[in-house]
Design a protein around this ligand. Structure first.
Ligand code: ATP
Length: 217
C-alpha cells in the first residue's frame, strides 16, 4: 500500500491543495490520500482563524467527489499542537511497517523542515513529496548530508518512484499561486473567492459567513 498524507491547517482548503493532491496521487500511484488538518500548527504563530470543525467540514465537502481522498481526524482529536512526528508514529503503528508513507508539503514548509520536532526520526519513517511554491526556492544545498543524499528530482512522465528506500522527492509540474492567507484577506474585503476554492467549500464559507467581520458561527 502507498498512502499519501497531506498535512496543513486548511484554513480554508483551496484549489492549490486539490491540484497538488490530484497530481501527487496520480504520479505516485497512491492507494489513498489522507488530508490531515492540524489542531494547531507548530509553525504558525497564530491559531487557525476558522474553528477545527469548520476546517474539517470544508475538507470533507471538497474531497467527497474523490474516491481515494479521505480526511483524517487524528490531529484534531488529539488536540493541542499537532506535531507530525506524533501523527506519523501513530499511523505507522496502525498501518504497519509495509505501508509506504508519502508526506506532501509545499516548498515554504520544506524550508523549515530542520526545525520540525525530531525531523531526523520523522524522515526515517516516511518519504517526502515537496511541491514548488511561487516565491520559495527548492534547493538541497544547506541540508544535512544525510538528507541531501536522499533528494531526488522528480519530473512527472519522466521519473519513476523508487521502490526501495526512503526519499525526498523535489517535484516539478505544479505552479499554483493560491494561498489561504490571500483567500481570507479577500473575504475580509468582501471579494469573490469562488475561483480559488472548491465549489462545495466556497458554498459553505458563504452560508456560514466564515472569515468575515460579524461572522455568525
Ligand atoms: P496559509 O496561507 O494560511 O499559511 P496555505 O495556503 O499555505 O495557508 P496550508 O493549509 O498551510 O495552506 O497548506 C498545507 C500544505 O500545502 C503546506 O505544506 C503548504 O506548503 C502547501 N501548499 C499550500 N498551498 C500551496 C501552493 N499553492 N503551492 C504549493 N504548496 C502549497
Amino acid at each position: 500500500m502507498r498512502i499519501g498524507i497531506f498535512g496543513g491547517t486548511f484554513d480554508p482548503v483551496h484549489n492549490g491543495h486539490l491540484e497538488i493532491a490530484e497530481k501527487v496521487w496520480q504520479w505516485f500511484s497512491l492507494d489513498r490520500l489522507y488530508f490531515m488538518p492540524a489542531a494547531q500548527s507548530p509553525h504558525k504563530r497564530r491559531q487557525p482563524e476558522a474553528p477545527a470543525w469548520d476546517r474539517f467540514a470544508m475538507l470533507v465537502l471538497a474531497t467527497q467527489p474523490y474516491a481515494a481522498f479521505y480526511v483524517s481526524t487524528l490531529e484534531l482529536a488529539r488536540g493541542g499542537v499537532s506535531y507530525t512526528i506524533d501523527t506519523i508514529r501513530e499511523l505507522r503503528h496502525r498501518m504497519g511497517e509495509k505501508t509506504a508513507l508519502y508526506f506532501i508539503m509545499g516548498a515554504d514548509a520544506f524550508q523549515g523542515i530542520t526545525q520540525w520536532k525530531e525531523y531526523d526520526q520523522l524522515l526515517r519513517l516516511m518519504n517526502l513529496v515537496v511541491i514548488p511554491r511561487p516565491g520559495y526556492s527548492l534547493r538541497a544545498e544547506g541540508l544535512p548530508e544525510e538528507m541531501r543524499a536522499r533528494v531526488r528530482a522528480f519530473v512527472p512522465e519522466r521519473d519513476r518512484v523508487e521502490e526501495q528506500g526512503l526519499h525526498i522527492y523535489f517535484c516539478s509540474g505544479i505552479h499554483n499561486a493560491t494561498s489561504a492567507t490571500a483567500i481570507r484577506a479577500a473575504l475580509r474585503r468582501g471579494e469573490a473567492i469562488a475561483h480559488l476554492v472548491p465549489s462545495e467549500a466556497a458554498a459553505y464559507i458563504e452560508k456560514y459567513r466564515l472569515y468575515r467581520e460579524g461572522s455568525t458561527t
